[in-house]
Design a protein around this ligand. Structure first.
Ligand code: NAI
Length: 313
């Protein structure tokens, strides 16, 4: 079987562990030369180590592929430039960019610090920008390229994660506009919302939140089919990779600006944001009219995902 990505060069950020590791291994298995970027940070973004990126490079070489490590942070402009330069310096080109690096640092909105807000925005939203911009300089010149971004269903709300959900929803807007800016040059830009058992998603605090909301019958941003930790563990991070490899191939040339859900053997495509109901008047609504009409029309049946609770203690 011919390899589908022979001659192509891929960059995967945050590829030292979890989902990114699986993506780097799968891209290499299809013949791509891979830059394995990873800062080697803890789940909350603290610290650094060259070991995770080095280990994945060794794994790729062992399976007969070509790879080089890069330890820059995606959270700085220089880091992003250097990650893309690593591809050019080592392999002479770049064809595929997978923006995957991510961290989680939660705190309820009333306690969230500037630092917690900034670091999550920097790694996720700025990280996508800092790597995509220099890659697009090359993609535009060569009139080809593939960008796969990493968002999350947590963008729909995750208790204590305002920084994370704002950044992840930002990634979706970013994706759609990069798709428009770069489509004319034969480049595609799509996003995934993954669901996989990694150190981020297995965090006990996160599960305590989901379980509390589920027990109250409240909607959560967690996939409805992942009802337990055991269910999540059946979805290893490597199962995200086939979709990424597919989106990187020439076969996916016409898929641009889309958002995919991917978890275990499931691959879904999200509907574009649509208006689900509307009331209309030729003129401005009065407050009395809205108070009377809303519960009977577009606000009918809405569930408050976090209803008021009696004070504790
Ligand atoms: P992970 O913690 O296993 O892997 C993330 C990797 O990113 C780590 O190896 C870490 O060292 C690296 N990293 C962190 N900050 C970095 C920086 N500034 N520069 C370069 N590398 C950095 O987590 P996981 O679960 O594999 O997450 C991958 C992506 O998928 C993240 O963007 C995450 O937000 C997203 N995601 C994961 C979900 C899941 O179910 N695991 C669900 C939704 C989204």
């Amino acid at each position: 079987m011919p390899k589908r990505l022979e001659g192509k060069v891929a960059v995967v950020t945050g590829a030292g562990g979890g989902i990114g590791r699986g993506e780097a291994l799968a891209l290499a298995a299809e013949g791509a030369k891979v830059v394995v970027n990873d800062l080697g940070a803890a789940g909350d973004g603290a610290g650094s180590s060259s070991a995770p990126a080095d280990d994945v490079v060794q794994e790729i070489k062992k399976q007969g592929g070509e790879a080089v490590a890069n330890y820059d942070s995606v959270a700085t402009s220089e880091g992003g430039e250097n990650i893309i330069k690593t591809a050019i310096d080592n392999f002479g080109r770049i064809d595929i960019l997978v923006n995957n690096a991510g961290i989680f640092r939660d705190h309820m909105i009333y306690n969230m610090t500037d630092e917690e807000w900034d670091i999550v925005m920097k790694v996720h939203l700025y990280g996508h920008f800092y790597c995509t911009r220099p890659a697009c300089v090359h993609f535009r010149q060569q009139r080809s390229g593939r960008i796969i971004n990493t968002s999350s269903t947590a963008g729909l709300g995750i208790p204590g994660g305002t920084n994370y959900s704002a950044a992840k929803e930002g990634v979706l807007g970013f994706t759609k506009t990069v798709a428009l800016d770069m489509g004319r040059y034969g480049v595609t830009c799509n996003a995934i919302c993954p669901g996989a058992a990694t150190r981020l998603s297995l965090a006990p605090e996160l599960w305590a939140q989901w379980e509390r909301m589920r027990a109250q019958g409240l909607p959560t941003a967690m996939r409805p089919d992942i009802v337990s930790l055991e269910e999540l563990k059946k979805r290893p991070p490597e199962m995200v990779a086939p979709l990424i490899v597919y989106l990187a191939t020439d076969e996916a040339a016409n898929i641009n600006g889309c958002t995919f859900s991917v978890s275990g053997g499931e691959i879904g495509i999200f509907r574009e944001r649509d208006i689900r109901g509307m009331i209309y008047k030729d003129g401005s609504w009065t407050l009395d009219e809205l108070i009377a009409l809303m519960p009977k029309s577009i606000a009918k049946g809405l569930i408050n995902p976090a209803p008021a609770e009696p004070p504790k203690g």
